[in-house]
Design a protein. Structure first.
Length: 88
């Protein structure tokens, strides 16, 4: 049986997610909920300079870390906006 990770979202990631319109919320949430089963999908990239990974969903970028037991989503933001990388 494949290993299943626990999913955690930081407060800032939750706030961003809840502000999205319904269609965007569904797209991003679907991608986030797929991460515990497959934390390294084909489109994931390692972050430069800090520990973690990123995946894109539509016009949004999801930043997360993977530990032995958890996948933690710590930032969600627009893909074309460097704000998602600020204060890392």
């Amino acid at each position: 049986m494949a290993e299943q990770y626990a999913l955690r979202l930081t407060k800032s990631a939750q706030k961003f997610l809840y502000k999205l319109q319904a269609k965007q919320f569904k797209q991003v949430a679907t991608k986030i909920f797929s991460l515990p089963a497959n934390p390294f999908p084909q489109d994931c990239k390692s972050l430069q300079g800090i520990e973690g990974y990123r995946v894109d969903q539509g016009e949004f970028r999801i930043l997360y870390t993977v530990s032995e037991t958890d996948v933690e989503v710590f930032r969600i933001g627009k893909r074309n906006d460097d704000e998602v990388y600020e204060n890392l």
